[in-house]
Design a protein around this ligand. Sequence first.
Ligand code: NAD
Length: 324
Amino acid sequence: MPKSFWKNKKVLVTGYEGFLGSWLAKTLVELGSRVVGIDIIKDRPHSVLEGYRKRLVSIKADVSNLSLVRKTVIEHRPSVIFHLAAEAIVGRANIDPVRAFKSNIEGTWNILEASRGMKFIDSIVVASSDKAYGPHRDLPYYEDTTALKGDHPYDVSKSCADLLCNAYFVSFKLPVCVTRCGNIYGPGDNNFSRLMPDLFRSIARNKTFMIRSDGAFTRDYIYVEDVISGYILLGEKMKSKNLAGQSFNLSNEKPLSVISMVKTVYKLAGKKPNYKILNSTCNEIKDQYLCSSKAKRILSWKARYELSKGLNKAMGYYMNRFSR
Ligand SMILES: NC(=O)c1ccc[n+]([C@@H]2O[C@H](COP(=O)([O-])OP(=O)(O)OC[C@H]3O[C@@H](n4cnc5c(N)ncnc54)[C@H](O)[C@@H]3O)[C@@H](O)[C@H]2O)c1
């Protein structure tokens, strides 16, 4: 990790209480940055931020409130913004699409609008997603040739947020980039409606794991610290390498079906697979995976966690937390 760039840097992280945001805020604090975090919740339990919160400024605020976002930007004058706050759960976005659109679309235009014309901001990194691409027959997804065309509420919210970043770059020269990842896993993800935390917890508790899909969906899995290193590298290089307006896929380029992932994790745990296929999902893309040769070429980024290494780290965390 580069040290000097981040020392004393003022950095705003939205969604800092979430899975990815907490890892990012923790890493930035360790690198010596002056971190300000915005989230709708405070002090989430079982967070990797435990022991770090005193070293950052926490603001309980909704990113869909423009005046609060603007006030925070003007008061704290960050030179780097990481915008991660979002309704990040596909199932919840299906139940309450308007709430997801407000957080993910309006929240993003508020961050961009509050940053417009602010000369002290050098770079803004926005968390988009592989879901922003929507369904495509030709895979993997490529940043510059695969269209953004989500179909379902969460996916559309990410396509829209992603396009808003492009509009603010093209029309107003705002220094903004987006990142697109698949399924991120690792310690500290408390979203148990997601496959990986649910799988680890089921194994730790010796419970039958319920596969909501038909098990054949292909997904791109990446360990959280690899994603964080991508965000850090992008935040650091965006200005010096003139990268504003670009998007970057972050992937370890080893897609797996859900069933293969489930069997792999049971094998690593040394347990006999114990799962049931419910085939009950709706509004989900069947196959998705990303090419990240652009991030490798331009950012010199690469995923450093082999699947088994990342899975073992995550499993250790969930086993420790749930197998008692
Ligand atoms: N985890 C993944 O696999 C993954 C993959 C691709 C993209 N992403 C994106 O990365 C970002 C972070 O995801 P995550 O996994 O950490 O999700 P998360 O749900 O753990 O974290 C999101 C955080 O945003 C906060 N938040 C939600 N709505 C808000 C609002 N209106 N105002 C302020 N805060 C709000 C939540 O309280 C939460 O702490 C999201 O934008 C998500 O769409 C995640």
